[in-house]
Design a protein around this ligand. Structure first.
Ligand code: ADP
Ligand code: MG
Length: 388
Protein backbone atom coordinates (compact mmCIF):
# COMPACT_ATOMS: atom_id res chain seq x y z
CA UNK A 1 0.00 0.00 0.00
CA UNK A 2 2.72 2.44 1.08
CA UNK A 3 4.78 1.54 -1.98
CA UNK A 4 1.80 2.28 -4.23
CA UNK A 5 1.06 5.70 -2.79
CA UNK A 6 4.71 6.67 -3.03
CA UNK A 7 4.66 5.98 -6.75
CA UNK A 8 1.17 7.36 -7.21
CA UNK A 9 1.99 10.73 -5.68
CA UNK A 10 5.03 11.07 -7.97
CA UNK A 11 2.92 10.33 -11.01
CA UNK A 12 0.24 12.78 -9.85
CA UNK A 13 2.86 15.44 -9.31
CA UNK A 14 4.13 15.03 -12.87
CA UNK A 15 0.60 15.15 -14.23
CA UNK A 16 -0.44 18.28 -12.31
CA UNK A 17 2.78 20.31 -12.45
CA UNK A 18 4.42 18.97 -15.60
CA UNK A 19 7.83 18.66 -13.92
CA UNK A 20 9.58 15.98 -11.84
CA UNK A 21 9.60 16.09 -8.01
CA UNK A 22 12.96 16.04 -6.23
CA UNK A 23 11.62 13.73 -3.52
CA UNK A 24 8.68 12.21 -1.65
CA UNK A 25 8.13 12.60 2.10
CA UNK A 26 5.40 11.06 4.28
CA UNK A 27 3.89 11.35 7.75
CA UNK A 28 1.34 9.16 9.55
CA UNK A 29 -1.98 9.75 11.25
CA UNK A 30 -2.31 8.76 14.92
CA UNK A 31 -4.48 7.07 17.51
CA UNK A 32 -4.45 8.07 21.17
CA UNK A 33 -3.94 4.94 23.29
CA UNK A 34 -4.76 6.74 26.56
CA UNK A 35 -4.77 10.27 28.01
CA UNK A 36 -7.90 12.18 26.97
CA UNK A 37 -8.54 15.87 27.74
CA UNK A 38 -5.26 15.89 29.65
CA UNK A 39 -3.28 17.88 27.05
CA UNK A 40 -4.72 21.32 27.79
CA UNK A 41 -4.38 20.58 31.52
CA UNK A 42 -0.61 20.28 31.01
CA UNK A 43 -0.80 16.56 31.68
CA UNK A 44 0.22 13.34 29.93
CA UNK A 45 -0.84 11.61 26.71
CA UNK A 46 0.21 8.35 25.04
CA UNK A 47 -0.62 8.34 21.31
CA UNK A 48 0.98 6.24 18.58
CA UNK A 49 1.56 6.84 14.87
CA UNK A 50 -0.41 4.48 12.62
CA UNK A 51 0.13 2.67 9.32
CA UNK A 52 -1.96 5.21 7.38
CA UNK A 53 0.14 7.97 5.87
CA UNK A 54 -0.01 11.22 3.94
CA UNK A 55 2.55 11.60 1.14
CA UNK A 56 3.99 14.84 -0.22
CA UNK A 57 5.89 14.86 -3.52
CA UNK A 58 7.80 18.13 -3.72
CA UNK A 59 9.65 19.90 -6.52
CA UNK A 60 11.86 22.98 -6.28
CA UNK A 61 11.03 26.01 -8.48
CA UNK A 62 13.34 28.72 -9.77
CA UNK A 63 11.12 31.51 -8.45
CA UNK A 64 9.65 32.16 -4.99
CA UNK A 65 6.11 30.87 -5.56
CA UNK A 66 4.52 27.96 -3.73
CA UNK A 67 1.80 25.74 -5.22
CA UNK A 68 -0.11 22.92 -3.51
CA UNK A 69 -2.40 20.30 -5.00
CA UNK A 70 -4.12 17.29 -3.43
CA UNK A 71 -6.19 14.37 -4.63
CA UNK A 72 -8.55 15.51 -1.84
CA UNK A 73 -9.51 18.60 -3.92
CA UNK A 74 -9.67 19.92 -7.50
CA UNK A 75 -8.30 23.29 -6.46
CA UNK A 76 -4.57 24.07 -6.87
CA UNK A 77 -3.60 26.83 -4.43
CA UNK A 78 -0.79 29.22 -5.39
CA UNK A 79 0.84 32.14 -3.61
CA UNK A 80 4.19 33.93 -3.43
CA UNK A 81 6.11 32.78 -0.34
CA UNK A 82 6.68 36.40 0.70
CA UNK A 83 2.91 36.98 0.72
CA UNK A 84 2.21 34.17 3.19
CA UNK A 85 0.41 35.17 6.38
CA UNK A 86 -1.86 33.50 8.90
CA UNK A 87 -4.90 34.78 6.99
CA UNK A 88 -3.58 34.52 3.42
CA UNK A 89 -5.19 31.16 2.62
CA UNK A 90 -8.34 29.30 3.60
CA UNK A 91 -9.70 25.80 3.09
CA UNK A 92 -7.52 22.70 3.00
CA UNK A 93 -4.53 24.62 1.56
CA UNK A 94 -4.24 26.47 4.89
CA UNK A 95 -2.68 23.29 6.35
CA UNK A 96 0.34 22.95 3.99
CA UNK A 97 0.73 26.67 3.31
CA UNK A 98 0.27 27.40 7.02
CA UNK A 99 3.28 25.18 7.67
CA UNK A 100 5.43 27.21 5.25
CA UNK A 101 4.23 30.41 6.93
CA UNK A 102 4.84 29.02 10.45
CA UNK A 103 8.43 28.06 9.58
CA UNK A 104 9.04 31.75 8.90
CA UNK A 105 6.94 32.97 11.82
CA UNK A 106 8.91 30.90 14.34
CA UNK A 107 12.22 32.08 12.87
CA UNK A 108 13.36 28.78 11.33
CA UNK A 109 13.21 29.94 7.69
CA UNK A 110 13.90 33.25 5.97
CA UNK A 111 10.86 33.36 3.72
CA UNK A 112 12.46 36.11 1.67
CA UNK A 113 15.34 33.82 0.68
CA UNK A 114 14.02 30.25 0.31
CA UNK A 115 13.26 28.81 -3.15
CA UNK A 116 9.69 28.24 -4.34
CA UNK A 117 8.20 24.75 -4.27
CA UNK A 118 5.41 22.70 -5.83
CA UNK A 119 3.72 20.17 -3.52
CA UNK A 120 1.42 17.27 -4.46
CA UNK A 121 -0.47 15.53 -1.62
CA UNK A 122 -1.86 11.97 -1.60
CA UNK A 123 -3.07 10.10 1.50
CA UNK A 124 -4.75 7.01 2.91
CA UNK A 125 -5.48 8.61 6.30
CA UNK A 126 -9.27 8.92 6.50
CA UNK A 127 -10.15 12.62 6.69
CA UNK A 128 -12.15 13.85 9.67
CA UNK A 129 -12.31 10.41 11.34
CA UNK A 130 -10.29 11.44 14.37
CA UNK A 131 -7.07 9.85 13.11
CA UNK A 132 -5.49 13.27 12.58
CA UNK A 133 -5.20 13.57 8.83
CA UNK A 134 -4.50 17.23 9.70
CA UNK A 135 -1.27 16.46 11.59
CA UNK A 136 -0.29 13.99 8.85
CA UNK A 137 -0.46 16.61 6.09
CA UNK A 138 1.26 19.24 8.26
CA UNK A 139 4.07 16.90 9.27
CA UNK A 140 4.68 15.54 5.75
CA UNK A 141 5.00 19.09 4.42
CA UNK A 142 7.07 20.20 7.42
CA UNK A 143 9.75 17.50 7.02
CA UNK A 144 9.88 18.09 3.25
CA UNK A 145 10.35 21.86 3.56
CA UNK A 146 12.84 21.51 6.42
CA UNK A 147 15.04 19.35 4.20
CA UNK A 148 14.62 21.26 0.94
CA UNK A 149 15.10 24.64 2.62
CA UNK A 150 18.05 23.19 4.59
CA UNK A 151 16.67 24.33 7.95
CA UNK A 152 18.25 23.66 11.30
CA UNK A 153 15.20 22.32 13.12
CA UNK A 154 14.49 19.22 15.22
CA UNK A 155 11.32 17.12 15.38
CA UNK A 156 9.75 18.75 18.48
CA UNK A 157 10.24 22.15 16.84
CA UNK A 158 8.60 20.85 13.65
CA UNK A 159 5.67 19.76 15.82
CA UNK A 160 5.38 23.32 17.14
CA UNK A 161 5.41 24.55 13.53
CA UNK A 162 2.53 22.21 12.60
CA UNK A 163 0.58 23.21 15.67
CA UNK A 164 1.03 26.94 14.94
CA UNK A 165 -0.18 26.36 11.38
CA UNK A 166 -3.28 24.56 12.68
CA UNK A 167 -3.97 27.09 15.46
CA UNK A 168 -3.38 30.29 13.45
CA UNK A 169 -3.61 29.57 9.71
CA UNK A 170 -6.46 27.03 10.01
CA UNK A 171 -7.93 28.40 13.24
CA UNK A 172 -8.34 25.14 15.16
CA UNK A 173 -7.37 25.41 18.86
CA UNK A 174 -5.55 22.05 19.14
CA UNK A 175 -2.70 20.91 21.38
CA UNK A 176 0.69 19.49 20.42
CA UNK A 177 -0.17 15.77 20.69
CA UNK A 178 -1.06 14.98 17.08
CA UNK A 179 2.01 16.57 15.53
CA UNK A 180 4.35 15.00 18.11
CA UNK A 181 2.89 11.54 17.44
CA UNK A 182 3.15 11.99 13.67
CA UNK A 183 6.74 13.25 13.82
CA UNK A 184 8.16 11.07 16.63
CA UNK A 185 6.32 7.77 16.11
CA UNK A 186 8.26 4.51 15.96
CA UNK A 187 7.41 0.99 14.83
CA UNK A 188 5.59 -0.93 17.58
CA UNK A 189 5.96 1.98 20.01
CA UNK A 190 3.83 4.74 21.50
CA UNK A 191 4.93 8.32 22.15
CA UNK A 192 4.68 9.39 25.79
CA UNK A 193 4.30 13.17 25.90
CA UNK A 194 4.49 15.47 28.88
CA UNK A 195 2.33 18.33 27.65
CA UNK A 196 3.82 20.75 30.21
CA UNK A 197 7.49 20.36 29.23
CA UNK A 198 6.53 19.17 25.71
CA UNK A 199 9.15 16.44 26.09
CA UNK A 200 8.46 13.12 24.42
CA UNK A 201 9.78 9.56 24.81
CA UNK A 202 9.12 6.39 22.84
CA UNK A 203 7.52 3.57 24.86
CA UNK A 204 7.69 0.05 23.41
CA UNK A 205 4.26 -1.47 22.92
CA UNK A 206 5.21 -5.03 21.95
CA UNK A 207 1.77 -5.65 20.46
CA UNK A 208 2.83 -8.04 17.71
CA UNK A 209 5.03 -10.03 20.09
CA UNK A 210 2.10 -10.46 22.47
CA UNK A 211 -0.24 -11.49 19.64
CA UNK A 212 -2.38 -8.37 20.06
CA UNK A 213 -4.01 -5.93 17.66
CA UNK A 214 -5.60 -2.52 18.10
CA UNK A 215 -9.02 -2.36 16.50
CA UNK A 216 -10.47 1.06 15.68
CA UNK A 217 -14.27 1.22 15.75
CA UNK A 218 -15.36 4.38 13.95
CA UNK A 219 -18.96 4.88 15.05
CA UNK A 220 -19.51 7.32 12.16
CA UNK A 221 -21.29 9.56 14.68
CA UNK A 222 -20.39 13.17 13.89
CA UNK A 223 -18.94 15.17 16.75
CA UNK A 224 -22.20 17.15 16.91
CA UNK A 225 -21.69 18.86 20.28
CA UNK A 226 -17.93 18.75 20.11
CA UNK A 227 -17.23 22.47 19.92
CA UNK A 228 -19.56 23.56 22.73
CA UNK A 229 -18.80 20.48 24.81
CA UNK A 230 -15.05 20.97 24.45
CA UNK A 231 -15.26 24.62 25.47
CA UNK A 232 -17.43 23.67 28.42
CA UNK A 233 -15.07 20.96 29.68
CA UNK A 234 -12.07 23.26 29.33
CA UNK A 235 -13.87 25.93 31.35
CA UNK A 236 -14.71 23.40 34.11
CA UNK A 237 -11.06 22.34 34.29
CA UNK A 238 -9.93 25.95 34.57
CA UNK A 239 -12.55 26.67 37.24
CA UNK A 240 -11.49 23.54 39.16
CA UNK A 241 -7.81 24.49 39.03
CA UNK A 242 -8.57 28.05 40.17
CA UNK A 243 -10.71 26.84 43.09
CA UNK A 244 -7.92 24.47 44.14
CA UNK A 245 -5.32 27.21 43.86
CA UNK A 246 -3.13 25.52 41.23
CA UNK A 247 -1.90 26.70 37.84
CA UNK A 248 -3.37 23.67 36.09
CA UNK A 249 -4.88 20.29 36.99
CA UNK A 250 -1.48 18.76 36.28
CA UNK A 251 -0.60 19.94 39.78
CA UNK A 252 -3.38 17.92 41.45
CA UNK A 253 -2.60 14.38 42.63
CA UNK A 254 -5.06 11.52 43.10
CA UNK A 255 -4.54 11.88 46.88
CA UNK A 256 -5.72 15.53 46.66
CA UNK A 257 -9.15 14.46 45.41
CA UNK A 258 -10.51 14.02 48.94
CA UNK A 259 -9.97 17.72 49.59
CA UNK A 260 -11.17 18.64 46.10
CA UNK A 261 -14.49 16.89 46.78
CA UNK A 262 -15.10 19.17 49.75
CA UNK A 263 -14.22 22.33 47.85
CA UNK A 264 -15.89 21.81 44.48
CA UNK A 265 -19.46 21.42 43.29
CA UNK A 266 -20.36 17.94 42.10
CA UNK A 267 -19.98 18.55 38.35
CA UNK A 268 -16.67 20.40 38.61
CA UNK A 269 -15.38 17.74 40.99
CA UNK A 270 -16.17 14.96 38.54
CA UNK A 271 -14.52 16.86 35.67
CA UNK A 272 -11.42 17.33 37.84
CA UNK A 273 -11.46 13.70 38.94
CA UNK A 274 -11.40 12.55 35.32
CA UNK A 275 -8.35 14.63 34.45
CA UNK A 276 -6.45 13.77 37.63
CA UNK A 277 -7.10 10.03 37.43
CA UNK A 278 -6.53 10.00 33.65
CA UNK A 279 -3.07 11.52 34.13
CA UNK A 280 -2.34 8.78 36.64
CA UNK A 281 -3.64 6.12 34.22
CA UNK A 282 -1.26 7.35 31.51
CA UNK A 283 1.66 7.06 33.93
CA UNK A 284 0.42 3.63 35.05
CA UNK A 285 0.07 2.49 31.43
CA UNK A 286 3.67 3.49 30.66
CA UNK A 287 4.89 1.72 33.81
CA UNK A 288 2.82 -1.39 33.08
CA UNK A 289 3.96 -1.58 29.45
CA UNK A 290 7.56 -1.35 30.57
CA UNK A 291 7.29 -3.83 33.44
CA UNK A 292 4.71 -6.35 32.21
CA UNK A 293 3.85 -5.63 28.56
CA UNK A 294 0.61 -4.88 26.72
CA UNK A 295 -1.39 -7.90 27.95
CA UNK A 296 -1.72 -6.11 31.30
CA UNK A 297 -3.00 -2.66 30.24
CA UNK A 298 -6.60 -3.65 29.46
CA UNK A 299 -8.08 -2.60 32.80
CA UNK A 300 -6.47 0.86 32.48
CA UNK A 301 -8.19 1.33 29.10
CA UNK A 302 -11.52 0.19 30.59
CA UNK A 303 -11.15 2.54 33.55
CA UNK A 304 -10.35 5.41 31.19
CA UNK A 305 -13.59 4.80 29.34
CA UNK A 306 -15.67 4.67 32.53
CA UNK A 307 -14.12 7.94 33.65
CA UNK A 308 -14.99 9.65 30.36
CA UNK A 309 -18.50 8.21 30.39
CA UNK A 310 -19.42 8.91 34.03
CA UNK A 311 -17.18 11.77 35.22
CA UNK A 312 -16.28 13.79 32.13
CA UNK A 313 -19.55 12.85 30.36
CA UNK A 314 -18.24 12.99 26.79
CA UNK A 315 -19.31 9.56 25.55
CA UNK A 316 -22.39 8.77 23.45
CA UNK A 317 -24.48 5.55 23.36
CA UNK A 318 -22.73 4.35 20.17
CA UNK A 319 -19.29 4.65 21.80
CA UNK A 320 -20.47 2.88 24.96
CA UNK A 321 -21.97 0.07 22.89
CA UNK A 322 -18.76 -0.31 20.86
CA UNK A 323 -16.70 -0.53 24.04
CA UNK A 324 -19.05 -2.93 25.85
CA UNK A 325 -19.41 -5.21 22.84
CA UNK A 326 -15.67 -5.37 22.30
CA UNK A 327 -15.12 -6.17 25.98
CA UNK A 328 -17.78 -8.88 25.94
CA UNK A 329 -16.23 -10.54 22.86
CA UNK A 330 -12.66 -10.97 23.97
CA UNK A 331 -11.06 -7.51 23.96
CA UNK A 332 -8.63 -7.12 26.87
CA UNK A 333 -9.64 -3.48 27.17
CA UNK A 334 -11.49 -0.79 25.22
CA UNK A 335 -12.20 2.92 25.39
CA UNK A 336 -13.46 5.81 23.34
CA UNK A 337 -10.57 7.79 21.89
CA UNK A 338 -10.38 11.45 20.90
CA UNK A 339 -12.36 14.43 22.11
CA UNK A 340 -15.68 12.63 22.50
CA UNK A 341 -19.35 13.22 21.53
CA UNK A 342 -18.83 10.81 18.62
CA UNK A 343 -15.87 9.56 16.64
CA UNK A 344 -14.03 6.32 17.38
CA UNK A 345 -13.36 3.76 20.08
CA UNK A 346 -10.30 1.51 20.25
CA UNK A 347 -10.09 -2.04 21.52
CA UNK A 348 -7.04 -4.10 22.48
CA UNK A 349 -7.82 -7.50 20.98
CA UNK A 350 -5.98 -10.83 20.67
CA UNK A 351 -5.20 -11.15 16.94
CA UNK A 352 -7.26 -14.32 16.61
CA UNK A 353 -10.39 -12.59 17.93
CA UNK A 354 -10.35 -9.48 15.74
CA UNK A 355 -12.97 -10.65 13.25
CA UNK A 356 -15.18 -12.00 16.04
CA UNK A 357 -15.17 -8.56 17.69
CA UNK A 358 -15.86 -6.85 14.36
CA UNK A 359 -18.85 -9.10 13.63
CA UNK A 360 -20.19 -8.66 17.17
CA UNK A 361 -19.91 -4.85 17.00
CA UNK A 362 -21.68 -4.79 13.61
CA UNK A 363 -24.44 -7.00 15.00
CA UNK A 364 -24.89 -4.95 18.17
CA UNK A 365 -25.12 -1.69 16.20
CA UNK A 366 -27.74 -3.19 13.90
CA UNK A 367 -29.71 -4.51 16.86
CA UNK A 368 -29.78 -1.07 18.47
CA UNK A 369 -30.79 0.63 15.21
CA UNK A 370 -27.46 2.50 14.99
CA UNK A 371 -25.77 3.16 11.63
CA UNK A 372 -23.13 0.66 10.53
CA UNK A 373 -19.71 1.40 12.10
CA UNK A 374 -16.41 1.15 10.20
CA UNK A 375 -13.84 -1.10 11.88
CA UNK A 376 -10.17 -1.63 11.00
CA UNK A 377 -6.93 -2.49 12.75
CA UNK A 378 -4.02 -0.07 13.05
CA UNK A 379 -0.35 -0.87 13.56
CA UNK A 380 1.98 1.42 15.55
CA UNK A 381 4.35 2.75 12.89
CA UNK A 382 7.29 5.03 12.15
CA UNK A 383 6.88 8.80 12.17
CA UNK A 384 7.48 11.27 9.36
CA UNK A 385 10.30 10.38 6.96
CA UNK A 386 11.72 10.82 3.49
CA UNK A 387 10.47 8.02 1.23
CA UNK A 388 12.27 8.60 -2.05
P1 ADP B 1 -8.80 14.89 11.32
O1 ADP B 1 -7.48 15.49 11.66
O2 ADP B 1 -9.44 14.19 12.46
O3 ADP B 1 -8.74 14.00 10.10
P2 ADP B 1 -9.44 17.63 10.88
O4 ADP B 1 -10.72 18.37 10.69
O5 ADP B 1 -8.54 18.06 11.98
O6 ADP B 1 -9.79 16.08 10.95
O7 ADP B 1 -8.58 17.76 9.54
C1 ADP B 1 -9.16 17.44 8.30
C2 ADP B 1 -8.84 18.53 7.28
O8 ADP B 1 -7.42 18.50 6.97
C3 ADP B 1 -9.51 18.31 5.94
O9 ADP B 1 -10.82 18.85 5.94
C4 ADP B 1 -8.59 19.04 5.00
O10 ADP B 1 -8.82 20.42 5.05
C5 ADP B 1 -7.21 18.77 5.61
N1 ADP B 1 -6.61 17.56 5.01
C6 ADP B 1 -6.35 16.38 5.61
N2 ADP B 1 -5.81 15.49 4.76
C7 ADP B 1 -5.73 16.12 3.57
C8 ADP B 1 -5.28 15.75 2.26
N3 ADP B 1 -4.80 14.53 2.00
N4 ADP B 1 -5.35 16.69 1.27
C9 ADP B 1 -5.82 17.91 1.52
N5 ADP B 1 -6.27 18.31 2.70
C10 ADP B 1 -6.24 17.45 3.72
MG1 MG C 1 -7.16 17.03 13.11
Amino acid sequence: MTQDLRELVRAEFIEVFGTTPVGVWSAPGRVNLIGEHTDYNEGFVLPFAIDRRTFAAVGVRDDSRIRVASTFSDEVAEISITELSADAVSGWAAYPLGVAWALGELGFADLGAVPGVDIMIESDVPVGAGLSSSAAIESAVAVALAELWQLDIDRPALARVGRLAENEAVGAPTGIMDQMASLLGRDDAAVFIDCRSQEADAVDLGLAGAGLAILVIDTQVEHAHATGGYRDRRASCEAGAAALGVASLRDVEVADLVRAKELLDDVTFRRVRHVVTENQRVLDTVATLTAAGPLEIGELLDASHRSMRDDFEISVPELDLAVETAQANGALGARMTGGGFGGSAIALVPQGLVSQVQVAVDGAFAEHGFGQPVTFTVTPSAGARREV
